[in-house]
Design a binder for this molecule. Structure first.
Ligand code: BES
Ligand code: MN
Ligand code: ZN
Length: 496
């Protein structure tokens, strides 16, 4: 898809589709007003005739509008003019771009970047337009023998009269493209099945990304090296698998060597059958998505490398399978983590925290300013929060607030859960320093508590994406979350 910015006389623009906005109470957005004047009130009279409410997301497709050069108009309701929030706007944007992709138009001009949205600007609208449109046109049919048909619309131009707006839109478009391709990469590897997307495959994807960007250095640790480092927790998970585990490290050096990096650690479990604590069969295929945390780290590094942000970021992906086998770890086994803490593995299905704890200890060698881990860690987070926000936990209020704000901006939200000492009690073991499960109560929180024991000296947050990383049902597929959130967080840090 091609994206551009343009000014000029709106009525004379040749395009397959002109996107215009209107509000509640028959208020037209400025560009819609201009076209209305040119067309002898064509638009306002239709709004009146059909008693359109102007609610966010309301749509009307107009063909053969007289006097203008556009082949058709897509009118999109935007809600309350004086209260245009980013969430309402995103909803409208999604519905108009979906309508565009289903239309016969081969290109479009959007006038939405001229709107005034509370606390957001044209740069943001341009970025959202690209990210949303790319998400709509993403096709997960990588493994189908016949390629899906290509979208008809191949170009969207954002219209703005004013030169300053045009400049802002231009940077918004290039940011949007980088973020969208990061999301796309994350979705692509997440949707691939476990027999293709193995730890080795994930490592190869990282190596390929490293070759595309000069400032990105990729290294892969093999099981032998993990043994030398004492990663007994991570290795206890991969024992039952014939696919070798990999520890992927991607170092993006966009800032001065003296500046401490942000370290992202993503769970890269390429298939989670539960191990000896085997999962029930129904829906088990979805456990191919247990590497979505790792995929989001890959996608985020791709986005920031493409934007060439002046900041240092390290991405770490511990990657393994979790399968039952004669050599697999058993409930009750005690393993020693790289940190020295011993862990009683009471349930082999609580494996994410085992691979993450060693990766978190490993992360310390990069002298991090902040560590954020991202993981499809607990089914319990879906019970607690549903599938709208990801769960956030951490040991620093400021960091949690910063991440929450980034999520709001990116439309990729978080909700924080507490990591109080009372919950830590649930991880007590009679035989080791801690157990890997804390019982049914507060399962997401006790998983977070487990990780917190390995990050005590760090500025750290944990994001549980088990409810947000993919969709089930007939629209099954990866969402690419939380690449938008993480990229926003890093953009904000890079801007000081
Ligand atoms: N990968 C799963 C978490 C998960 C479950 C994500 C369902 C999405 C949907 C994780 O490894 C796991 O199995 N967690 C257990 C923890 C339990 C054994 C304490 C869970 O959530 O049941
Ligand atoms: Mn599991
Ligand atoms: Zn898992």
């Amino acid at each position: 898809m091609n994206y551009a910015v343009k000014g000029g006389q709106l009525g004379k623009q040749k395009t397959g589709c002109l996107i215009l906005g209107y509000f509640e109470n028959s208020n037209l957005a400025p560009s819609a007003e201009a076209i209305d004047l040119l067309t002898n009130q064509f638009i306002s009279s239709l709004i009146k005739r059909d008693k359109l409410k102007g609610k966010a997301g309301e749509l009307l497709l107009l063909e053969h509008v007289p006097t203008i050069s556009a082949e058709r108009i897509l009118l999109i309701g935007l809600g309350d003019k004086d209260n245009l929030s980013d969430r309402e706007f995103n909803k409208s944007l999604k519905s108009v771009l979906e309508a565009l992709s289903k239309s016969r138009a081969s290109n479009a001009i959007s006038t939405l970047a001229e709107l005034e949205i509370k606390t957001r600007d044209a740069h943001w609208v341009a970025r959202q337009t690209v990210v949303t449109n790319e998400a709509i046109n993403y096709q997960p049919g990588e493994m189908k023998s016949k390629a899906d048909s290509k979208p008809i619309c191949t170009s969207i131009t954002l219209f703005a009269e004013n030169k300053a707006l045009q400049a802002a839109i231009k940077t918004g478009i290039s940011e949007g493209k980088a973020i969208a391709s990061g999301i796309q990469l994350a979705r692509k590897v997440s949707d691939l099945p476990g027999n293709i997307c193995t730890p080795t495959y994930l490592a190869e994807q990282a190596i390929t990304l490293g070759k595309q960007h000069k400032k990105l250095k990729v290294t892969i640790l093999e099981e032998k090296e993990m043994e030398k480092l004492g990663m007994g927790a991570l290795l206890s998970v991969s024992r039952g698998s014939r696919e070798p585990a990999k520890l992927i490290t991607m170092e993006y050096k966009g800032g001065s060597a003296k500046v401490q990096p942000i370290v992202l650690v993503g769970k890269g479990l390429t298939f989670d059958a539960g191990g000896i604590s085997l999962k029930p069969g129904a829906g088990m295929d979805e456990m191919k998505y247990d590497m979505c945390g790792g995929a989001s780290v890959l996608g985020t590094l791709s986005a920031i490398a493409e934007m060439q942000l002046p900041i240092n970021v390290v991405g770490i992906i511990p990657s393994s399978e979790n399968l039952p086998d004669g050599d697999a770890s058993k409930p009750g086994d005690i393993v020693t983590s790289m940190s020295g803490l011993t862990i009683e593995v009471l349930n082999t299905d609580a494996e994410g925290r085992l691979i993450l704890c060693d990766a978190l200890t490993y992360a310390e060698r990069f002298n991090p300013k902040t560590i954020i881990d991202i993981a499809t860690l607990t089914g319990a987070v879906i019970i607690a929060l549903g599938r709208h926000p990801s769960g956030l936990m951490g040991n620093d209020d400021e960091l949690c607030a910063e991440l929450t704000l980034a999520g709001e901006k990116a439309g990729d939200r978080l909700w924080r859960l507490p990591l109080w000492d009372e919950y830590q009690e649930q991880l007590k073991s009679n035989f080791a320093d801690l157990a890997n499960i804390g019982g049914r109560d507060g399962g997401t929180i006790t998983a977070g508590c487990f990780l917190s024991r390995f990050t005590e000296k760090q500025n750290w947050a944990h994001i549980d994406i088990a409810g947000t990383a993919w969709k089930s049902g007939h629209n099954k597929g990866a969402t690419g979350r939380p690449v938008s959130l993480l990229t926003q967080f890093i953009i904000d840090r890079a801007n000081g």
